[in-house]
Design a protein around this ligand. Sequence first.
Ligand code: HEC
Length: 420
Amino acid sequence: MFWVVCCSRGLRFQIYRHLISILHDIKIDRIGYLNSFMMTGCSTCRRSIQQLVAGTLKRPAEVPQSLRLLLLEVIDRSAVQRLPEVWVESLQQALLSGTPEVRLQAVRIIHNRGLERFDRQLRRMAGEKKLPVDVRVEALATIARRIDSMTGTEFEFLVSRLDEQFTPLSRLTAAQALADGPLSHAQLQQLSKTFDTAGPLAIPVLVRAFGRSREEGIGLALVGALGNSSAGSNVSAEELARLLSKYPESVQLAGGGLLAQLGVDLEAKKARLEELMPLAEGGNVNRGKEVFFGRKAACAGCHTIQGQGGKVGPDLSSIGKIRTGRDFLEAIAFPSSSFARGFRSYTILTDRGRVHTGVISRQSAETIFLRTPQLAEVRIPRHSIEEMHESKISVMPKGMDKILSTDDFRDLMAYLKSRK
Ligand code: HEC
């Protein structure tokens, strides 16, 4: 029996029965239903549903895998800011005793939610040869940013997963783990050698691993590897220019030809930013808010500020803390020159020959969802993905600086800068 408590004794039984029937009714959008139920119920109701979800997940022997995957998706998509303790505990259980699919989904949630408490366990799992490789790769990608160094075995394992024989999504996760991980100089040198074979999906991601070094030898290895790779043209020129600018002169010199080939017009961009610079000061915050939520700019269609707005782009409620002045202008006038974390766009070709571009909005065991610039959510079965690569173009529309009047733009800047 589940333990369900609710506000009044009368309601308790009804809600309980209702929820059980929902869980088994495959015809309705159960995840959406449960999550909206949790949003609208009182706090006692909400807790009882959380208990129901956790309690069901904790009985792996009696509950079919499909239902457990569904409940994990409820957790993944839930609007709560911090996962309740009972859910975190059920993730723990799923990690330990789930089927491979359940474990993978549990690791993905831990990754998405940035939960750090499982780091040691995930690192152990990454090394367990008996576990399915996708679980191990995802485990490493989850902790990569927080570990002090990557062991030789972990590094070799991830590099081996870049091979074209694996599915694109799996390669992408391996590349992300390498890009986020604290690679040593020797490992970076070795990574540059994989560029011959790594392909257009992985290379733009792997390049980011080189953003933390300042060593001449490493920079030269990167430039050489990109120059020799046929997939080098998939790297964003602006991103590369920014990355190389942190290396010694000699590296920048060596990379000059590559940048010219990629066709950056850095001078023109610099000039436009200079032109816009005066608009970074002196705007009116309240009017800027109207612009943000107004129809012309339509920023709120994709961005949330203080709980209001869409979820296609990052939440901008405290954007004033991380972006300033010119940096801000660049994000708005040239959205594709720097991407906010977790909001890269991808182009996916399916086995039916359809092409979709968008931000990966969520993933479940069998499906990934892309949010397109037209704000539609496209559902793509994992097995149907034929090819996939990063798109150099942000979902965020460009030319906003030209669409808005000077006054509107200045006020909008003031409003965004005030969000701290
Ligand atoms: C069609 C959806 C869409 C619209 C409309 C949109 N954005 Fe964006 N925005 C995005 C996405 C997706 C990203 C993340 C990718 C990137 O950084 O380019 C982003 C990124 C940003 C960033 C950088 C955030 C960071 O963390 O660095 C800022 C600032 C921003 N948008 C402001 C705006 C403003 C202001 C408007 C209205 C003039 C606007 N956006 C309209 C989708 C949109």
